[in-house]
Design a protein around this ligand. Structure first.
Ligand code: SF4
Length: 629
């Protein structure tokens, strides 16, 4: 055991015996939560707010119920902040009142006819039907819907979060009472969660990587020297079920997905290096996030086939419409994306550009398109920053990359060139001396910044080889930033915080955490916005500032990133029959110009919790998720 580990254990022993999490609210023990009958849920609904329940039960018309509920919530909100009110609800804890204010805002949004019109659904009508018919009238399985409403009503009544220490202390008293102990308890909690996860540099994982690597080298009858050769990695990609089965065990579901992909020509590409991160004995928690990124699931394949057959546009972000010339995308005032190459050494299942990323053997660089793209940048003095992406530009040889960087560097209005690459993660040997020399030659502090953007999804991807690759880049004064996609596979409690802590230790700065895009083919990856916001507030917030430098963002098709931390950019406006929330987003330009809105239907929190539960998670650890919007 390391000294650091011993010190942490000591802290834990001293503090954990009386450790209590920040709230004592429960979403019931898991089995009851998932097996509650509709009549149990209706009882819970009545307990959450009997006034709302009774208004809906006896109302003659929807409009009458709407009016009564709006008046009811107006009064409730006023009372909470009115020292002269008889209700004395102003005495409640300020955090609970703040959450109640948010919940009431959501409920009032649900009551608005404008929101019913734009979403084409009425939560109010559904709720009234369920209550008046005792659950008989509901088009879908009602659990997800009823749990959303129950938690919302609890929140409106300051019964949602229910702090265990709901104190009437003054500001200073509250700070000083048990301050030191509380902070240590947080440390203890963080460490307990961190202990569940591993990183690629852990000894047991490094040893396993080595065994799989040797098996792969034997399979190709290759030597150690070949392994470190990026070209060799590119020439020995794993592209089929049979190749993969020679090295690792695959589950029936994984085989089924790969068979459909093969039959339907859905590209699968895994570098030998990345395959060495698989657990050869089959999927487990040490490689689940890794496998999910490169093994297409049956549902992914079927939905891709459906899109192809129906000629559905998979350009979710509307890149076609934001391209002034082919190969360039512009969504922001000073930055453009330049895409010289449409493939990558490895193909990620959830790639937002899956509509244009092809197998490496099917792509050649389009010189005239690239030429026109750079010419366009040269002609537009407004542009100061270029993100070279693709595909993965590091699939190209150094000579080609140098040509592109050299031409961009010669444009006097370009201050920053960002090179986006996943090869740090998928084939770290790609960061060779030739590439490092390009960085050194064109990075001119004070004049022109060259930056590397990478994409690490899980701490198990952070191997010794990754650390070496990052250090080579950092040694020439170049910053390395990470863009993480927050998917089901890195969304467990403190899982992403653990990733960010280790990224920072490797020399990579966390930059963006993306909410998964609403593409139907990537449904397996999607996580409710509420979970990302919970992660930011209850997990990432506990880490030192430099470790949590990233910004959680939601990408609005055509317009780009909307900051999730900014409450101004969105509001929940409806709960659909299956419990999914509908959000209204404003673009990043809101407040600069009159903005258009964008409606987004999220993943159901209930379904997300059910999935976690089926995967063995204690969902009580996620119980406050309902109160993030
Ligand atoms: S490396 Fe990037 S561009 Fe390539 S498939 Fe993965 S997400 Fe898409």
């Amino acid at each position: 055991m390391s000294i650091k580990q011993m010190q942490l254990n000591e802290i834990r022993d001293l503090n954990c015996y009386n450790f209590q999490e920040n709230t004592d609210v429960s979403i019931d023990s898991s089995p009851t939560f998932f097996s509650a009958s509709v009549s149990d849920l209706l009882n819970e609904l009545r307990n959450a707010d009997s006034n709302v329940y009774d208004i809906l039960l006896v109302s003659d018309t929807l409009q009458h119920a709407r009016k009564q509920l709006l008046d009811y919530f107006d009064k409730k909100e006023n009372d909470m902040f009115d020292y002269l009110s008889d209700s004395e609800s102003y005495k409640l804890n300020v955090t609970e009142k703040t959450i109640a204010k948010e919940c009431i805002r959501f409920f009032k949004n649900i009551l608005r006819t404008e929101n019913e019109r734009v979403t084409g659904f009425s939560t109010l009508q559904s709720l009234r039907n369920v209550i008046q018919t005792k659950g008989a009238m509901h088009v879908m399985e009602p659990e997800g819907f009823l749990y959303e409403v129950i938690h919302l009503l609890k929140g409106c009544n300051c019964n949602g979060f229910q702090f265990a220490d709901a104190a009437e202390d003054s500001y200073l008293q509250s700070y000083s009472s048990g301050h030191e102990i509380r902070l240590n308890q947080y440390v203890c909690s963080i460490q307990n969660y961190f202990d569940r996860y591993c990183k690629g540099t852990d000894l047991n994982l490094s040893y396993r990587h080595l065994l799989v690597k040797n098996k792969i080298l034997d399979y190709f009858n290759a030597c150690e020297k070949s392994w470190d050769d990026f070209q060799w990695q590119l020439e020995h990609l794993f592209t089929s079920k049979d190749m993969l089965l020679s090295i690792v065990k695959l589950s029936e579901a994984e085989i089924a997905g790969l068979e459909i992909a093969e039959k339907e020509k859905i590209p699968v590409q895994i570098t030998p290096y990345y395959l060495s991160l698989f657990n050869p004995e089959g999927r487990d928690e040490t490689d689940s996030a890794i496998r999910a990124q490169v093994l297409p699931s049956v549902s992914y394949c079927l939905s891709l086939i459906y899109n192809r057959e129906h000629e559905n546009d998979m350009d979710y972000m509307g890149e076609y419409y934001t391209s002034p010339v082919k190969g360039i995308t512009r969504r922001y005032p000073q930055v453009v994306i330049l895409k010289p190459f449409d493939s990558c050494p490895q193909i990620c299942v959830y790639c937002q550009r899956n509509w244009e990323i092809k197998s490496i053997s099917d792509v050649v660089i389009n010189e005239s398109q690239l030429d026109k793209g750079i010419q366009w940048i040269d002609n537009h003095r407004e542009i100061t920053e270029v993100l070279i992406t693709g595909g993965d530009p590091l699939t190209l040889p150094n000579s080609k990359i140098e040509q592109i960087v050299k031409r961009l560097s010669a444009i006097d209005h370009i201050e920053r060139i960002r090179i986006a690459t996943r090869t740090i993660v998928t084939a770290p040997f790609r960061i060779d001396d030739g590439f490092v020399n390009i960085l050194k030659n064109y990075h001119k502090p004070g004049i022109r910044d060259i930056v590397i953007m990478t994409h690490v999804e899980h701490s198990t991807e952070l191997t010794g080889d990754v650390v070496v690759a990052v250090q080579k880049i950092r040694n020439c004064g170049i910053s390395v930033y990470n863009q993480q996609v927050f998917t089901y596979y890195n969304s467990k409690k403190f899982e992403s915080s653990f990733l960010r802590k280790n990224l920072k230790l490797c020399g990579i700065d966390p930059y963006y955490t993306f909410n998964t895009k609403g593409k139907n083919e990537t449904a397996d990856f999607r996580v409710p916005i509420a979970r990302l916001m919970q992660e930011v507030k209850e997990e990432a917030r506990l880490l030192p500032g430099l470790v949590r430098t990233d910004e959680p963002v939601f990408n609005i098709p055509l317009y780009g990133k909307s900051h999730l931390r900014s409450g101004l950019d969105r509001e929940p406006i409806m709960i659909l029959a299956d419990g999914r929330r509908v959000y209204r987003f404003l673009t990043w330009e809101a407040k600069l110009k009159s903005s258009v809105d964008y409606l987004y239907t999220d993943v159901s929190i209930y379904e997300y919790l059910k999935r976690l539960y089926n995967d063995g998670e204690d969902i009580n650890q996620y119980r406050t998720i309902w109160y993030y919007f």
